[in-house]
Design a protein around this ligand. Structure first.
Ligand SMILES: [Fe+2]
Length: 236
C-alpha cells in the first residue's frame, strides 16, 4: 500500500516535530501495510519561495536518512501545495511534484470554490504540465454543489481522501459510496503526529477490503504506483 499524503518529515511543517516522532510514524505505517510513503510537507506560496521550501525539505529528509531506515517504508519527496489564484503560472510547479512524477498534490481553499478557482484548477490540469490531485476532498464536500465535482473530474483532475474518512461510523458509508462511484483515486494518511493525527491506513484498508475485496486495494495501489512512477520494490 502507498500512503500518498503524509507529514512525516521532522520539523518542516506542523507535522512530525522530531526525528524520533518521524521514525515512530514510519514504523506505524509499516505495521499498517504501507511500503511507500509520499512525504508531503505544506508549501504555502504566500509564505515561502519554492527554493526555500526545497532546501528545508531536503534538510529534514537528510536528518531522517542519517537513521537506520531498514524495514521502514521507502520515502518519496513531494509537497502539499496550497492553491492560489495564479498557481497555473508558477514556473517551478514541476519541482513540487512527487518524486520523479508529474503528480502535484493540491490543497484547495476551505470555502465554496469560486468560478475563478474552478477555472484555474481546470486550466492547470488541462495544461498537461502536471497531474493535479486534490488533497482530502472529503473536507470540502459540504461547501460545494454536486456539479462542481463533475466539472473537476471532467478536466482530468484526480482526487485523494484521507484514510480517516473510512473510519468514522457515519463518514464510512459516504466514503464507500464515493469509492464505488469512482470519485476517489488515491488514499493518504495525512498523518501529522502520534497523538491527534496518527496514520489510519490500516483501518481504512480493512474497511475497503471487507466491502470490496482485496482486489480493490490492489487496484488503488497499482494506480498510485503508476501515478508516482514507482515499482513495488522496497528500497530501504
Ligand atoms: Fe496534509
Amino acid at each position: 500500500m502507498i500512503d500518498f499524503h503524509s507529514h512525516i518529515l521532522p520539523g518542516v511543517d506542523d507535522g512530525s516535530s522530531s526525528v524520533e516522532e518521524s521514525l515512530k510514524l514510519l514504523s506505524l505505517l509499516s505495521e499498517q501495510g504501507v511500503d511507500t510513503v509520499v512525504a508531503t510537507p505544506h508549501f504555502y506560496p504566500d509564505r515561502m519561495s519554492v527554493e526555500d521550501f526545497l532546501k528545508r525539505r531536503e534538510a529534514a529528509y537528510k536528518k531522517l536518512c542519517e537513521c537506520d531506515l531498514t524495514g521502514l517504508p521507502q520515502i518519496i519527496l513531494g509537497a502539499e501545495v496550497k492553491f492560489y489564484d495564479s498557481i497555473s503560472r508558477l514556473g517551478e510547479l514541476e519541482l513540487l511534484c512527487a518524486g520523479d512524477s508529474k503528480t502535484l498534490l493540491l490543497e484547495m481553499p476551505f470555502s465554496r470554490w469560486s468560478e475563478m478557482t474552478l477555472k484555474e484548477v481546470a486550466a492547470l490540469s488541462r495544461s498537461g504540465r502536471v497531474t493535479v490531485v486534490l488533497a482530502h476532498i472529503e473536507r470540502y464536500l459540504s461547501f460545494q454543489t454536486p456539479d462542481v465535482w463533475e466539472r473537476i473530474l471532467d478536466s482530468g483532475v484526480l482526487t485523494q481522501v484521507n484514510a480517516s474518512f473510512f473510519c468514522g461510523y457515519f463518514k464510512k458509508r459516504k466514503a464507500l459510496n464515493m469509492l464505488a462511484s469512482g470519485m476517489i483515486n488515491v488514499i493518504g494518511s495525512d498523518c501529522h503526529n502520534l497523538t491527534s493525527r496518527q496514520p489510519q491506513i490500516g483501518k481504512a484498508s480493512e474497511v475497503i477490503r471487507k466491502h470490496f475485496g482485496p482486489e480493490c486495494l490492489d487496484y488503488i495501489s497499482e494506480f498510485t504506483r503508476e501515478l508516482l512512477c514507482v515499482s513495488n520494490k522496497k528500497v530501504n
